[in-house]
Design a protein. Sequence first.
Length: 267
Amino acid sequence: MTGEEWVTLPEGRLRVLRRGEGPARVFLPSLGGSIELYAALVDRLARTSALVVVEPFGAGASDEPEGLPSTRDLAEDVAGALDALSVDRFHLVGLSLGGMIAQHLAGLRPGRVRSLALASTTPRGLRGVLAGDVRNAAMARCLLAPDGEGATVCIVEDMLDGRASPSMESRVEEAIHEHPVSRAALMRLGAAAARHDGRDALRIYAGPARVLSGGLDGILPPDAQAESLELLDDARQVRFPNVGHDLALEVPDELARECDALMAEAG
């Protein structure tokens, strides 16, 4: 089956997109991300796999999260959705907050995750925000924007840090306008990212992995992302020079090629 689906869990509904043929692969988008925002990467990943995009609570068209969920809570919800969809063994790709969720998912379902691609993410959350980094402080101020659409646009623009072309900016604004995220949801998910600790989950996962980092990432610097290598048995880092935090927007083809290479190595 291909196309858009909805999975109903006790906490609410998650939107899922299935596309392509081949080995199963799951993609989890970033905070404020959606299927539409990452259409270029989704199309590219679907060329070489049976892709399943799961929008966690608070992402895209999925319901907003309740209370103050942790990244592990969000991973348990994604695991429940994959169980409901009968997605058994799969290659896993997570971007930013989606990568934090992916870490816990790999720990929760280690025998089912065939490979793990962690893009623009760390095992210990948004330490830069807590440390008072200037750019991350600006990102945090985006959460005070008057509405979800404005806050999400602000965050994406901060991640791209002036590197977006006019056409990319237009696509980003259109995608966010289609599925704006409320300020409350962004704050809850931002809190989950700030509190994230996936170290124990990564120690459980024993399969092949990649840590994929933008060389100019000022939100989660590459050296902080490299900490995941110390926790994984079979992993290496790939750095994309002259690229910032959102690899899926800036270099979707290059990101997909690395994910394809990892998938091929995993067999």
